[in-house]
Every structure is written in C-alpha cells, then in structure tokens.
Design a protein around this ligand. Sequence first.
Ligand code: ATP
Length: 261
Amino acid sequence: MTTYHELDPVEAKISAQDVSVFYGDKQALDSVSIDIATEYVTAFIGPSGCGKSTFLRTLNRMNDTIASARVEGAIKLDGEDIYRSGMDVVQLRARVGMVFQKPNPFPKSIYENVAYGPRIHGLASGKTELDGIVERSLRRAGLWEEVKDRLADSGTALSGGQQQRLCIARAIAVDPEVILMDEPCSALDPIATAKIEELISELKGRYAIVIVTHSMQQAARVSQRTAFFHLGKMVEYGKTSDIFTNPREERTKDYITGRYG
Ligand SMILES: Nc1ncnc2c1ncn2[C@@H]1O[C@H](COP(=O)(O)OP(=O)(O)OP(=O)(O)O)[C@@H](O)[C@H]1O
C-alpha cells in the first residue's frame, strides 16, 4: 500500500501500474504504481537496497540487460505499454534516456560522444545539421563554453563533472522525452554537484526528469515530487514539500529525520 498525497491532476508521461520486479526468486520491488509528469522533477529516495534503482531501470527496460530480472505489471509511455512484444527497445531508450552514477563517456571525442546518437537514429541530414545538434545539446547541458574549442579532444579527458554534463548532452542530443538519472552526482565534488543541480532545474519542464538520490537535501533542492521507497515498496508519494514537512507514514518520518538510512 502506498500513501498518496493530493496532487493536481496532470497528464502522465509515464504511468506505472503494480510494477513488481524479481531477481530470480528474490522479489526486489512490490507493486509500485506512480504517474510521472513532464512538468516536474521527480525524486526517488529511500535507504540503500530499497529498490529505487531497480524501479528506475524498469522505466526504459534497462533491466532487460540483467538475465535474472523479471518485471510484472504495466509501464506506459504516452499510453503505450513499453513491455509489449515488438517494442523497439533502442528507440525506447532514446525516448527515455539515462544518466548513470559514474560518468561513462565513450572513449571518443567530445563531438562524437554527442553526435553518435543523432547519427544512428538518423536525426541529422548532413554535417551542418549534426554540428547544430551537437552545439545545441552541449549548450543545453551547460558545457559548450568549456569545450567549444576542443571538440576533438577525448571525452574521457574532461573532469568528472564535465564528463557527467557530457553524458547529459549525449542523452539530450537524441531529443528524449524522459531523462532518468541514477545518483548522477554521487561521484562528483560539491561544485560539480551544484552545476548538475542547476542544470536539472534548467531542464525541468522540457523533459520529464526522474532522479534517484541518497541526498535528501538534493531531493529537496531539485525536485517537486518525491517518492519514498522502503524494502521494495513505494511507501509514500507526493509534493516534495509535503513529503519533507508533512510525511504521513512513520517510515518516511524516520528516514527524513535521519533515524535510519
Ligand atoms: N542485478 C541484480 N541481481 C540480483 N539482485 C539485485 C540486482 N540488482 C539489485 N538487486 C537487489 O535488489 C534490491 C534492490 O536494489 P536496488 O539497487 O534497486 O536498490 P537501491 O534502493 O537503488 O539501492 P542503493 O541506494 O544502494 O543503490 C536489493 O536487495 C539488491 O540486492
């Protein structure tokens, strides 16, 4: 059972219904239902091992890459079941992009890191158009000014924070509708973290953004909706301000007051 706070009705970009996930015989997620809208940044919080990343990965079928993982329930993107047979998973992952905990640029140039996706998805009709997409994506990721004179340098030569912004530019380049971020700042220092948080606020509203974070301060700073997970269940979901100031469940209260976690 999840406690839902009252929320303004908004159109769901992603709608998850009774999603359970098993790794072999072990159940990691139990009947999670949530609607995620483009208008807001949604944060998933909760103690280690509660299933936040597992749930995040169901939203673009990243769990398909784990042989033992099995997903039950339904996940719809604009009303379309993403687990239906015949779903183009490559296309799905372009529409629902992902940024990982550890920045993972390809061992290629900065330019290529961003150009690769648009090229394989046929989004540019020529070099000029591709150049435009690369510049626009890097600008939107707040990285253009820092890299515009060295687009041919390797992406892996950038600082950790720059690499993470490059990965965000790479996700943006294929014109996604949703961006999933799995603890995107956990490998970064406070200044690089602040830049990513600023960036998330700037991208808000353009894409549905879902962020898994261990930092309650970060959830409070960047998100407008928060879901609290505990032991594989989504315990409580609502406006971030309500979850932090007026939680209804004891387990949420205990977590946000730092009693465990
Ligand atoms: N590939 C896997 N194979 C088997 N079990 C897994 C796998 N990935 C996660 N689990 C298990 O599923 C449960 C949920 O893990 P998950 O990583 O989703 O939690 P989390 O809340 O994201 O944790 P953390 O905050 O530590 O990243 C845990 O018990 C974990 O051990």
